[in-house]
Design a protein around this ligand. Structure first.
Ligand SMILES: Cc1cc2nc3c(=O)[nH]c(=O)nc-3n(C[C@H](O)[C@H](O)[C@H](O)COP(=O)(O)O)c2cc1C
Length: 214
């Protein structure tokens, strides 16, 4: 496609955005983060319900509490390994995946991201007795969360602010989803800060693998 169509500024930002897991200690100005949040507001949402919420975790107590729960979760997994049964010990897997969660604790900005409940078309059909349950589950909420995050991260890439989505913490911390805010069903975290690493280049699947004709 790019052989026939020149790369635009958008293409360059899309290629520049990479998951950043190591940050400079200097915290980006709040105005930069607000610009990223502002972009997130323009994501599409089901029936324009705009359910996505970013919970900015500023409290050191909350950060320390999350860290302790991560460590407890890791230790619980390690303790649960039966040395006589495991053909190949998953210890390294548990420890390395843990590192993909732990870095968020010291990131300059840390957000938990999720959705509030908004009335949906399916809810109305359930209330009318037409449907018994929502056939879409949480997929609408999760799709719109991803779209908001995409806008947030791409704006970050434009501004030189590195970001990374994390869902690994959910593996280590049980019941995390409702722990941070009673009304927000949290589905991931996202970090932000000035990059202190250049991620190694990654290949992308070819268009013919991405787009299948059915
Ligand atoms: C839904 C989702 C969950 C992810 N969870 C984690 C995570 O828990 N920890 C982490 O370090 N990276 C996580 N990532 C980042 C991916 O590892 C990363 O996007 C992928 O390796 C491609 O690299 P890139 O973002 O630099 O292009 C997640 C990404 C997505 C989209």
């Amino acid at each position: 496609m790019n052989e026939t169509y020149p790369l635009s500024i958008l293409d360059e930002i899309l290629r520049k955005r990479r998951s950043v897991r190591a940050y400079q200690p200097e915290k980006p100005a709040r105005a930069l983060i607000n610009a990223m949040l502002d972009s997130a507001r323009y994501a599409p949402s089901p029936s324009h319900t705009q359910p996505v919420r970013f919970l900015l975790i500023e409290s050191e107590i909350v950060r320390t509490g999350l860290h302790q729960k991560l460590v407890d979760g890791k230790d619980r997994f390690l303790a649960a390994i039966d040395p006589n049964q495991a053909v190949k010990s998953p210890k390294n897997l548990i420890r390395s995946y843990f590192r993909f969660a732990e870095f968020m604790i010291s990131a300059p900005y840390l957000f938990a991201v999720g959705t509030v409940k908004t009335p949906s078309f399916s809810d109305r059909l359930i209330a009318a007795g037409v449907l018994r349950e929502n056939p879409k589950g949480f997929s609408d909420a999760d799709i719109t969360t991803g779209l908001s995050l995409s806008a947030f991260m791409l704006k970050g890439a434009e501004l030189g602010v590195g970001t990374c989505i994390l869902t690994a913490p959910f593996v280590y911390i049980p019941d995390l989803s409702k722990m941070l805010h009673p009304d927000v069903r949290v589905t991931c975290f996202v970090t932000a800060g000035f990059p202190a690493e250049t991620p190694t280049p990654l290949s992308r699947i070819p268009l013919e693998d991405l787009c299948l004709t059915v």
